[in-house]
Design a protein around this ligand. Structure first.
Ligand code: C2E
Ligand code: CA
Ligand code: CA
Ligand code: CA
Length: 277
């Protein structure tokens, strides 16, 4: 009855610490952000290490609340994942990035590969292959220029479902990349059974590459093994010329990082592509 409900309410209120309250407040704010269209995508160029040509871009989510500073994904993605809001938000990201890929082609620019991050919940919880199929038709995005990035942990969490989903995506011509490689527990050998196209070496290994002999050895080994498995290797978070030179010498295929460009608004990418064309 009503009395009990009241007790219930005060019980939970008492239990809620500042953190839980903040959690609820943010959840509401994220939900409204989606309705108010406060999300946007920035794109970071992915560059061919040999030629310096921009071959692709990674779509990175940004939240621009009205009259407030831009919020970085590190601050809201974990919460969006916890609350499940990452599914509708991620769907918006996917649709927007795919539409952007087509818009650049329509603007007469050389075709550019667009990479989209998929969270575990998006990849395992929802029929993502079916959704991508629908969006390919709706947006006119070329599947040959779409890459979906997932982390190793997603594959290890449910290898059977992941293999099935990846097989269906690969059959549509969509490429798959393993993000943050090296931070999980999977070995390259265990990745062999998945239809993967690229490996992205996590920034934490690239960061100390030129100071830390262990990191240098890891990066080297990953490049060599990945190549023996016919995988494309992308280094993330390349900030210095020294890091770039090391990666060049050791045959890394592509890179992204502040030394070339930070993530920028779509207009910035368009300008870059026009300069190159
Ligand atoms: P990530 O997928 O590993 O993306 C790379 C992150 O490294 C981006 O941070 C990028 O801005 C940053 N970065 C790139 N180059 C450099 C560099 O040279 N130095 C440094 N210090 N950082 C660099 P960002 O945009 O803050 O995104 C953080 C993470 O949030 C992403 O890591 C990804 O895990 C997640 N994320 C971003 N957008 C999405 C999205 O649309 N969906 C999902 N599920 N996750 C996303
Ligand atoms: Ca990524
Ligand atoms: Ca990454
Ligand atoms: Ca990362």
């Amino acid at each position: 009855s009503k009395g009990q409900g009241g007790n219930h309410y005060s019980f939970y209120t008492a239990e809620m610490g500042a953190q839980a309250y903040e959690h609820l407040r943010m959840e509401g704010a994220l939900q409204r952000a989606l309705q108010r269209q406060e999300f946007l995508l920035h794109y970071q160029p992915v560059v061919d290490i040999g030629s310096g040509v921009v071959t692709g871009v990674e779509a990175l989510l940004r939240w621009q609340p009205l009259d407030r500073e831009m919020v970085s994904p590190a601050e809201f993605i974990p919460l969006a994942e916890e609350t499940g809001l990452i599914v509708p938000i991620g769907d918006w990201v996917l649709a927007t990035a795919m539409r952007q890929q087509k818009a650049w082609v329509d603007a007469g620019l050389p075709p550019v590969r667009v990479s989209v991050n998929l969270s575990a919940r998006q990849f395992l919880g929802q029929d993502v292959a079916q959704r991508v199929g629908v969006l390919l038709k709706e947006t006119g995005c070329d599947p040959a220029f779409l890459t979906l990035e997932i982390t190793e942990s997603v594959l290890m969490e449910n290898p059977v479902a992941a293999t099935e989903t990846m097989g269906r995506l690969a059959a549509m011509g969509v490429q798959l990349a393993i993000d943050d490689f090296g931070t999980g527990y999977s070995s390259l050998a265990s990745l062999k059974r998945f239809p993967i196209h690229s490996l992205k070496i996590d920034r934490s290994f690239v960061m100390d590459l030129t100071q830390d002999a262990d990191d240098a050895a890891i990066v080297n080994a990953v490049i060599a093994l990945a190549h023996s498995m016919k995988l494309n290797v992308i280094a993330e978070g390349v900030e210095t010329q020294e890091q770039l030179a090391f990666l060049q010498q050791h045959g890394c295929d592509q890179m992204q990082g502040y030394c070339f460009s930070r993530p920028v608004a779509p207009q910035g990418i368009e300008a870059m592509l026009r300069r190159e064309a």
